[in-house]
Design a binder for this molecule. Structure first.
Ligand SMILES: [Zn+2]
Length: 336
């Protein structure tokens, strides 16, 4: 009963009582604390559901704050929270893996991935997961915290504000699915979201809310590896999912920059991979979009500066190399 009750509420911090917000249980203005759901009273045991022995050895009596049962003080001004530093890659990888393990892939998202040319096995291996629809984000955060994870510094998670001024960990719940953004060792550095509703961008990072205890993931490049390497060259495209799909058809490692203009993080990835020869496969609007054309040229120059042999992929009709490959079209490479 108790555990069940607990999971109906976010894991909210306790805020200390003050003279303008006295304890809802004993009415005193020091020692006790409360959040939107629970009061932790140091004086009144009667009616509590649990006694917690604190670090100082004294008991704290926890009471549910059922609506209407007690007179709750009004919430105070919402002060903004300090920005936090993004956690190291190892910590992000650990939390994201466990996070994705708690989620599953909805049939409509699986269908979308199958249509784009991935097999069931590849979908499973790459770790795509639907943004949860049934379970509340704070409840999933609670489970991660209960396992022992610290969500501070993990991009995508931030602090929601409780009705009484306390705060709890949560994340955005707009529908879609997560695409893991991995480094050259397969570690998950960040998550990209493919949104069901493309308004505001079809692909969006799981990041931000710096004014609410969240942090930014930057613009990391994704490294996609095929089951078997048939082409030793490393390819560069735009978009992690596109890289996953292209990698499977090419039998090559494909680095997916988050966009044509954010290719810079792809360079250290290429170095870490020990690449010697690189094929640029940006979208075909490189021919019509001046911004993409400029990105292509600066990327080409930078790759040559690093002593790499550079080619360009050429195909017809389809915009992205993933679509061209999935449609069985011929993709040629030209030295540039
Ligand atoms: Zn009290």
């Amino acid at each position: 009963m108790q555990a069940e009750h607990q999971h109906r509420y976010p894991k909210e911090d306790f805020i200390p009582v003050k003279h303008w917000r006295p304890c809802p249980i004993c009415g005193d203005v020091d020692w006790c604390g409360f959040n939107s759901y629970i009061a932790s009273c140091m004086r009144v045991q009667e009616g509590s559901f649990k006694t917690v022995i604190q670090a100082n050895g004294k008991p704290a009596y926890q009471h549910w704050l059922e609506p209407g049962r007690v007179n709750l003080p009004m919430p105070m001004e919402s002060d903004s929270m300090p920005a936090v530093q993004t956690a190291p890659l190892e910590a992000r990888n650990r939390v994201y893996r466990e996070f994705l393990d708690l989620l599953y892939l909805r049939p409509r998202h699986r269908e979308n991935l199958l249509q784009r040319g991935l097999t069931e096995e590849e979908i499973r291996k790459n770790g795509y997961r639907s943004i949860p629809e049934a379970e509340a984000p704070w409840s999933i955060c609670r489970r991660l915290i209960d396992i022992g994870h610290d969500l501070a510094g993990i991009p995508g998670f931030y602090k929601g504000r409780g009705r009484r001024g306390g705060s709890f960990w949560t994340f955005d719940r707009q529908l879609g699915y997560f695409i893991p953004v991995r480094d050259e060792k397969g570690r998950i550095q960040a998550l990209q979201r493919r949104m069901d509703d493309p308004q505001g961008g079809k692909y969006r990072l799981f990041s931000g809310h710096q004014n609410r205890g969240g942090c930014s993931c930057g613009t990391p490049a994704h490294v996609a590896r095929p089951a078997e390497i048939k082409d030793r060259r490393v390819w560069i495209t735009e978009g992690p999912l596109k890289a996953d799909i292209a990698s499977k058809y090419l039998g090559a490692v494909v680095v997916g920059a988050l966009s044509a203009c954010t290719w810079r993080p792809a360079i250290p990835a290429l170095t870490a991979l020990g690449a010697r020869e690189v094929v640029i496969a940006l979208d075909r609007d490189v021919e019509t979009n001046s911004e993409v054309a400029r990105a292509y040229l600066t990327l080409k120059v930078e790759l040559k500066k690093h002593g790499l042999a550079v080619s360009r992929a050429v195909w017809e009709e389809r915009k992205g190399i993933d679509d061209a490959l999935a449609a069985g079209m011929e993709v040629r490479t030209v030295r540039v």
